[in-house]
Design a protein around this ligand. Sequence first.
Ligand SMILES: [Fe+2]
Ligand SMILES: [Fe+2]
Length: 481
Amino acid sequence: MNIMNVDYSTRIPNNVNLTGDRQVLKALEGWHPGYMDWWSDMGPEGFQQSLVYLRTAYSVDPRGWAKFDYVKMPDYRWGILLAPQEENRVIPFGERYGEPAWQEVPGEHRAMLRRLIVIQGDTEPASVEQQRHLGKTAPSLYDLRNLFQVNVEEGRHLWAMVYLLQKYFGRDGREEADQLLRRRSGSTEAPRMLGAFNEATPDWLSFFMFTFFTDRDGKMQLESLAQSGFDPLSRTCRFMLTEEAHHMFVGETGVGRTIQRTCEAMKAAGIEDPNEIARVRALGVVDLPTIQKKLNLHYTLSLDLFGSEVSTNAANAFNAGIKGRFGETKIADDHLLTSATYPVLKMVDGIIRRVDEPALTALNMRLRDDYTTDCAKGVERWNKVIEKTGVAFKLALPHVAFHRQIGEFKYIKATPDGDLIDDATWARRRDEWLPSKADGDFIAALMQPVSEPGQFAGWIAAPKVGIDNKPGDFEYVRIAA
Ligand SMILES: [Fe+2]
Ligand SMILES: [Fe+2]
């Protein structure tokens, strides 16, 4: 079998020769019913019998890897797909720099590797759980289809991590795979492992912000794991990144279309001042200051996912050759970082200061900076959308000290500009910077479902092009009665 093509003859489609790997195939088939139970309990609410125009991977060739067709979500072929093995790949960083990449788990780093795979794996079903209620308020069939595409692919990403656990970690890997189906987003007894994945996704604007900001954290994590010296992890993450790009597209264009509709409605009504919130809302669109608040929330929740700015865990994972930097192989340095430093924002004597830290312990900060750069580019593209309509307003990323629960700034309060404030000021002004209950209620009231092909809710513009180049009135979801 060509590694590029996927074997669909087994229950679990794959390009890892599962038919020749009976033990792992058996373990995965044993896990499959529990996954299907999880999907029916915690996957998208309703629509399970509807036909959804989904893409399914049939190859891992980046030039043409997916095909589109109508599928009922429970019939989606969740498969195990690894990017092709690079010949003579070496460990691209850390103490084993330049040695051949591992095809088996290096014994001394087993626990660390398992932990990283479990943490990554835990985020995948979590986001499906967070988004499960959104189907009933979808602004169009196009958006409904995109939501479900993201959901089935997050399901596949769970499979990807479970494959690694079951193939390479024996009994405790199988136990971890079972636990991944037991934890629940937002649960008090068995929550998901990371904070942002226990937050609610109450409305579609949150969903778009989540796929822009939080899926982008996912991208950064996958990029650094794609550098891993443990080759199966690297190959798995490389293919996941192909799918991940669509999730961020959904987020970026979703927010962009929301912004566009707001600006167009303002212009048509002759409203020049974006801060005339009541007048803008009366048009049935989301005012720009509220969009900024949503941005503030989702960006800061996602910043927390990078962990503490200074971290020995991150240093250990790098030294071990397990988790690299964003674009590791393209960075021109020694890939060892034994004497390098990196500037870290810290609280020093009550002031936010830039302090040089050993680059090894500052790896989380570095990845977070790379993430911020990536986010800022997207925000600039949103600002172009606003600019084109002639409305005078700019969205901006808040300061990294604003609204943090992890790291250097968790004990302080700061404004979105990074000015330190006391608790009383924070309590008084919080609702200027983060979505308030009233903002949430207003957005919730806008979330009326639209299910006529080619029609869109009044708060969001139509996309410029269809999925798979389909025309504007294409029926992306055939909703079962
Ligand atoms: Fe994912
Ligand atoms: Fe994703």
